[in-house]
Unconditional design. Structure first.
Length: 532
């Protein structure tokens, strides 16, 4: 660079080894300096005052542009895991849940169940920033991205937490000082910093009994303190700040790879950082710790819930609820990479770019390796019930009368001991177990597993004939296009009407029309039916 180098405000001149006060009346030199440094093409994008927070933010931007630190990651590096949350057998409409967002790679709180789909998946509402609420049309219970679990107790003042500081992608320990009416929080960090209006999405509980959590806290605090101690050498007055002039000297003279003065000054000029402004080096240290992360982890594959699923060769087909590119409708996947099942018999079918989630009853044809086909697993299928909601596949749930119960949506399959000692198996509404009514079918039996036949109704039950049968190990393989209990559209007289499948006999289906009496029930062929 030709000629002397002046600071952006014209008050300082570079002597070749240090910044010295500039001679008076150097306004013209300041303009020349800026023209020469920036090539005459760049002007100040930002006018930074002496607020250390604003200056520090501008310095961080300069460091990023010079490649000295990494940009803040799109999603934060996860802190040590919190204790596992026990997963329930089912949720009801209105239940408060957490949703594991694949996009944010985080559990989102204050979500709500607003509907239950025919295949046992759930429709939920997910609140985001700026009062935006998104609807997820089909999710399942679980712990992986795209699933839901019971909502953790809300944070309260005094709770110890880990917080993604200023969204820079790194968690620091602190304590909640206050919750605002809009459900954001005032955080007092352990290092003395304060951040207000922190969204719940950036907060994780801090389990002080966990060795992993304590190790994480100790490591991150030590890393931050080392940087703070290094900066404090230049803070002669112990103010918690250093001048931009001093920091420019640190960047251009110290360390293993000092930067050219011209390059640093260019960034300072472009961002309007004046050399006599102050930098909050504690905040700068926090950001530098966050930027020293390893390479970002591989992006989580988008998860899509489908039903009426079939695996044919190495491909999956089915009806997708909310495909990111194709929307809602039938899909045919690319080649399958892997198929896994969780303890709830929910399948994850992984392809090159997508993970398709199939609920336990979301198959049109159950794959041979499905948990329902394993004789060691406890799943039961109820078929032929006149009360259609009782039909379907029942998953293991909690215990009643010392033996497991099983659940399918709002209906429980359970054993209960009467006051006189008699034991009965019931198909009952799970929401009415403490009321006189709510049982659909029952059979007197002391067996530890539900009887296959003998189910009936009486003056203590509300089920309708015909009576059901119960078979072990889930849905049998079937080539039928529709199943008992499925909600469908039915063609009648040139129009399509809502209804439900009552019975299946080869390629014929006995149906009932929604909101019409059983006088309208009839047998129809597949040409008069279509899925909803």
């Amino acid at each position: 660079m030709d000629g002397p180098v002046f600071s952006p405000d014209g008050k300082w001149m570079w002597s070749g080894s240090e910044w010295i006060p500039a001679p008076p009346d150097q306004g013209s030199q300041q303009l020349n300096m800026q023209d020469s440094v920036i090539g005459g093409d760049v002007v100040h994008n930002t006018v930074v005052n002496n607020d250390p927070a604003a200056v520090t933010t501008a310095v961080i931007a300069a460091l990023q542009q010079m490649g000295m630190v990494n940009p803040a990651p799109a999603t934060p590096t996860a802190p040590p895991p919190a204790p596992e949350v026990a997963l329930p057998a089912a949720f009801n409409v209105g239940d408060h849940v957490e949703y594991h967002s694949p996009t944010n790679a985080r559990w989102l709180d204050r979500c709500k169940v607003v509907g239950i789909n025919d295949d046992g998946t759930y429709r939920i509402e997910v609140p985001y920033q700026d009062s935006v609420v998104q609807t997820k049309h089909a999710v399942v219970i679980g712990s992986a991205p795209g699933t839901i679990r019971p909502a953790s107790p809300p944070f309260k003042a005094g709770d110890r937490v880990l917080v993604d500081w200023k969204r820079y992608g790194h968690y620091y320990p602190g304590r909640i000082a206050l919750e605002h009416e809009n459900h954001t929080f005032l955080i007092h960090f352990d290092d003395g910093d304060v951040e207000d209006n922190v969204e719940w999405i950036r907060i994780e509980p801090l389990d002080e009994d966990s060795f992993d959590v304590q190790e994480y806290v100790e490591t991150v605090m030590n890393e931050e303190q080392e940087l703070i101690d290094a900066f404090r050498v230049f803070d002669n007055d112990n103010t918690g700040t250093i001048s931009a002039r001093e920091y420019l000297r640190i960047l251009s003279e110290l360390g293993d790879n000092p930067l050219p003065v011209d390059d640093v000054l260019l960034e300072f000029v472009e961002l309007g950082i004046e050399l006599d402004s102050e930098i909050d080096y504690r905040a700068l240290a926090k950001f530098m710790v966050a930027s020293e992360q390893d390479e970002p982890s591989q992006q989580t594959k988008q998860e899509v819930v489908i039903h009426d699923a079939v695996i044919e060769g190495d491909r999956l087909s089915g009806y997708a609820y909310d495909h990111p590119k194709l929307g809602e409708g039938r899909i045919n996947s690319s080649a399958i990479v892997a198929v896994t099942y969780d303890e709830r018999a929910t399948a994850r079918v992984e392809t090159q770019n997508t993970v398709y989630v199939v609920g336990p009853t979301g198959w049109k044809e159950t794959p041979p390796n499905h948990p329902f086909n394993d004789a060691d697993n406890q799943f039961y299928t109820v078929q032929g019930a006149g009360t259609a909601k009782c039909n379907g596949t029942y998953l293991p749930s909690t215990e009643f009368d010392g033996v497991p119960s099983y659940i399918n949506g709002d209906v429980l399959l359970l054993r209960w001991r009467m006051g006189n000692g008699d034991q009965w198996w019931y198909l009952a509404n799970r929401n009415s177990l403490d009321r006189k009514r709510g049982d659909y079918y029952r059979v007197k039996s002391s067996s530890d597993t539900p009887p296959s036949t003998g189910w009936t109704t009486d003056d203590q039950t509300e089920g309708e004939a015909p009576f059901p049968s119960v078979e072990r190990n889930g849905n049998p393989l079937s080539n039928n296009a529709f199943s008992v209990g499925q909600n469908v559209k039915i063609e009648w007289n040139g129009q399509w009407w809502d209804g439900q499948i009552l019975e299946v006999n080869a390629d014929q289906y006995r149906i009932t029309y929604t909101d019409y009496s059983s006088d309208w029930d009839e047998w129809v062929g597949v040409s008069r039916l279509k899925s909803i």
